[in-house]
Design a protein around this ligand. Sequence first.
Ligand SMILES: Cc1ncc(COP(=O)(O)O)c(C=O)c1O
Length: 375
Amino acid sequence: MRIASPHAHAVVHLDAVAHNTALFAAATNAAVLAVVKADGFGHGAVRVAETALRSGATWLGVTTCAEALQLRAGGIDAPILSWMHSPLEDVEAALLAGVDLSVSSREHLRAVAATAARLGRTAEVHLKADTGLHRNGARPEEWRELVRLARELETGEHVRVRGVWSHLVSGAAGDANRRQVELFDEAVGVARAAGLRPRIRHLANSAAALGAPETHYELVRPGIGLYGVEPDPLRSRGLRGAMTLRARLILVKRVPAGSGVSYGHEYVTDRDTTLALVPLGYADGLPWAAAGQAEVSIAGRRYPVAGRIAMDQFVVDVGDAEPRIGDEVVVFGPGTGGEPTVADWAGWANTVPHEVITGIGPRVARHYERESAHV
Ligand SMILES: Cc1ncc(COP(=O)(O)O)c(C=O)c1O
């Protein structure tokens, strides 16, 4: 059971997800796989998936079978690729639900094939090559053996290689990308020489989907961009932020100059001032490390976060402004009203926007709104 805060919620702008998906679809001739892992980067996987599928995406991507099954349970019958598995894992339910699986090793391929044979099903697999990230994926030596085994299994009826894929180190156009494209093409060549005929090759994340057409092949896999974070912070592509995090002040107090605020008293007021208490903290995903630089917006004006962010609360120094209990604080949003964005918070905390947006916790209820319906 989720126990939602009565004082804070996140508004998910599905129109922004639609706009962003359409922007990715317009930027490529390839099909678009919407990455909705981690509960749609914290926005709600089913709602995001439905929106993305209506807006130009034809595939969905997740990391676990449970995430894929959640989409199926939500009534989604589009193709889904699930990509982070152990050979020890039971993939029966995923195969029965028609979920494509990524496979990085012979051991895993044998396990998937055995389950498919037991079920009398055909497993659709995407073989993953390691082209330099050195996480998942088969290294060149293993790749040769993996594609050979896959071809052998394809002659039976329980495995079909639908895709060959890899993941980029960054996606930003440049030499690292070029090297990965070369290695990927080599891996595809080796697969074809072994007799495989994968119909879908895919490599591109958000950055590459917008900036490196040579990585597009038959499918691109945007994640963070769907949620409105520009993959290249130096270049705006017109993506729109898909979440606004709001809270209501629960206490306002006047304090004299020289008052230390929050744990450790790292912030000391330099004048008589008004402090406002916001009931959100690092347990709700606000990065502790952002203190010292972070700001929030109240009634359209930015104010500094005063002192450390605690587990459940932080303090804002509003100077001589006179906010009231119940007034709304915008922690982050699309930025169109001058409020901070997810990218701002990531910069303040010296982390990536992915961490901020996926970290917004379960106490923060998600409200779904069309973007045009909120200010
Ligand atoms: C395998 C894979 N493909 C695509 C993506 C999307 O990347 P990005 O969020 O940078 O667009 C991710 C991660 O988010 C991923 O793990």
